[in-house]
Ligand binder design. Structure first.
Ligand code: SF4
Length: 431
């Protein structure tokens, strides 16, 4: 849909509205047309008595049928519609093969740099002195650049969660930044400002920092430390071979749990190094519709569960993350099927934890998603500005989702800790 034409249409219907009001009405008409697959003429009709107030009211009512009456006015977020602020995502399947590989001088002789040379013989390799502004201008081209670097400062931190949310005491280790999958909801689209894949070569330094660390444990038996925040923990593991150092380290440190969080099936390194009770390999899982329509390039659920069975058989424990749960017509039936498939496939006594969180995103991320994935359906739900400044489904819809999914998971996996991720404390405490 052409934004200028849409604006012109709204301006023709209500010629006297100012810039800000035009912006709000254009956004509402756009979102309704996109969701309902209708033309602007079917959404906003010219009439003698139509005013900005009456037009906005009828559009809000149609765009937010569930929340219109109960939400506060300032919970509706109606920013300027801009569909050209970033390049659309390239959804042509292709292997990860960077055009340029930058290697920082201190790690030029590292095993990771040597493997990168063997993996990508046709790439251009450049040595650089320190971390500099490398990478593509646009996020959609980030996989064209790989940076192998020496991390000096940013090793470990407590998970910042979301401001005011009920935390779970998680601890993050920053092993890598960037991903080659294209999940439409991925926060890296808005968060990552160096448009490249960054992989540290000095894993020993990370492990030394962990050894000196003291960690929160939240409501869990042992502190949990994990690497899947700014990248997928395993998607590059054949190249990085981080698992070859991490697993033996945690075999010696049974006081902590380490979590690899992934959607990939790149488990060769884990199988090679052998299982470990306090290493939890976790998969993000979702309904088949979300996996096939919004998690581009990721393996399907059946493959993820088959990989989970293999690592469990090798001696690892398992985790699962129903995150983000996306609410759409028929979502409960689809998510029930995912739970059923898990229950039919997995060794239940091996599952350590399962988290659940409904889709949420920052205002900036909303704009990135609608620009990079103009045919997305994940933004068609009713999202309101919430307690932490993020956009979430209204409370009634979130509660409905949790009341459906959490008992179902607890019934099927009675030994696993089932918990909510990044939720409002007064909702979290109900579960
Ligand atoms: S797998 Fe994770 S890090 Fe990779 S694109 Fe998807 S959400 Fe982002």
């Amino acid at each position: 849909m052409n934004v200028t034409e849409l604006e012109m249409y709204v301006k023709n219907v209500l010629p006297c509205v100012g810039v800000n009001k035009l912006r709000e009405l254009t956004r509402l008409v756009y979102e309704i047309c996109k969701r309902e697959h209708v033309l602007p003429q079917e959404v906003l009709v010219s009439s003698k008595n139509l005013t900005f107030e009456s037009a906005k009211k009828q559009l809000l009512c149609r765009r937010y049928p569930i929340n219109f009456k109960t939400a506060c006015k300032n919970q509706f977020y109606l920013p300027k519609l801009e569909l050209t602020s970033a390049l659309p995502a390239d959804l042509t399947p292709k292997p990860f093969y960077p055009k340029t590989v930058y290697v920082e001088t201190p790690v030029k002789d590292s095993a990771l740099a040597a493997r990168a040379r063997a993996f990508f013989p046709k790439a251009e390799f450049k040595e650089i002195e320190g971390k500099m502004q490398v990478g593509s201008e646009d996020f959609s081209k980030r996989t064209e650049t790989l940076l192998i670097h020496q991390e000096k400062y940013d090793f470990l931190k407590p998970c910042p969660c979301s401001c005011g949310s009920a935390g779970c005491g998680y601890n993050l280790v920053n092993l890598g930044f960037g991903c080659r999958f294209e999940c439409e909801y991925c926060f890296l689209q808005q968060y990552q400002n160096l448009h490249a894949v960054l992989l540290p070569a000095n894993v020993d330094d990370f492990l030394a920092k962990i050894e000196q660390g003291s960690f929160r444990k939240g409501p869990f038996l042992r502190p949990r430390i994990g690497s899947g925040e700014f990248t997928d923990s395993l998607v590059f593991d054949d190249l990085t071979q981080y698992s070859q150092q991490i697993v033996p380290f945690f075999k010696k440190h049974a006081q902590w749990d380490f979590e690899f969080k992934t959607k990939s099936v790149n488990i060769g390194g884990l199988l090679q190094v052998g299982g470990c009770e306090n290493v939890v390999v976790s998969w993000s899982v979702n309904s088949s519709k979300i996996i096939s329509e919004a998690e581009h390039f990721t393996p399907h659920l059946t493959s993820r569960l088959a990989a989970a069975c293999e690592v469990a058989h090798a001696g690892y424990r398992l985790g699962f993350h129903f995150d983000p749960v996306v609410i759409y017509d028929g979502y409960q039936q689809d998510y029930s099927r995912t739970v059923e498939q898990m229950a039919d496939t997995l060794p239940k006594d091996k599952i350590a934890w399962i988290s659940v969180g409904t889709l949420r995103f920052s205002r900036e991320l909303k704009k990135q998603i609608e620009t990079r994935f103009q045919n997305n359906f994940i933004l068609d739900g009713e999202f309101l500005l919430d307690f932490d400044g993020k956009m979430r489904y209204g409370e009634q819809q979130r509660l409905e989702a949790y009341h459906f999914l959490i008992p179902l998971l607890r019934k099927n996996f009675p030994k696993a800790v089932v918990y909510l991720c990044m939720e409002d404390p007064h909702i979290a405490q109900q579960f």
